[in-house]
Write a protein that binds this ligand. Structure first.
Ligand code: SF4
Length: 163
């Protein structure tokens, strides 16, 4: 069985910063759930952060790789430094993926942990940057393919090609 790592909020779990989920009704996800191949993770909760929690962004338009290299902090909106929790959460997600031989993930777009196509630039102005969140960057650096909830069909095709 090829398992797929999926952001817990996309499964409807109320783990987002605002205490809500963001369940996807996409048929690819529904099929994977029926097949029992979905492994849920919320890196921010795994990293020790509470729910609800203040929103956080990576500083200065930088991305998850910069955070992992110690070159950028993750700051909550009220100013506290949550970098260690984000990095710990990414490591937890990677350890979970490795324990199950996971080769692909579908993670919530735009999140400072899970975003893969874009995140926000650290100014809390809603400005997007083409960068990745900390967990997305960590998984990709380990060779795991990361898709977003805008790419279920691409993820399904990738899974099919794994054989
Ligand atoms: Fe969802 Fe990822 Fe944010 Fe957790 S860290 S709430 S899984 S987007």
């Amino acid at each position: 069985m090829q398992y797929v790592l999926v952001s817990a909020c996309l499964l409807g779990e109320p783990v987002r910063y605002n205490g809500q989920g963001k369940e996807s009704g996409h048929p690819v996800l529904a099929q994977w759930r029926t097949e029992g191949r979905v492994v849920a993770v919320c890196p921010e909760v795994a990293g020790g952060l509470p729910t609800p929690r203040p929103p956080a962004e990576i500083r200065a338009g930088l991305g998850g790789l910069a955070v992992l290299r110690g070159e950028a902090p993750v700051l909550a909106k009220e100013g506290s430094d949550v970098t260690l929790a984000f990095v710990h959460g990414a490591e937890q997600a990677l350890a979970l993926a490795r324990s199950k031989g996971i080769q692909l993930a579908v993670l919530k777009e735009g999140s400072p942990s899970c975003g893969s196509g874009y995140i926000y630039d650290g100014s809390y102005s809603g400005t997007r940057v083409v960068e990745q969140g900390v967990t997305a960057a960590c998984l990709q650096a380990a060779g795991i393919a990361v898709f977003s909830e805008l790419q279920w069909d691409e993820a399904a095709a990738y899974l099919a090609n794994l054989g």
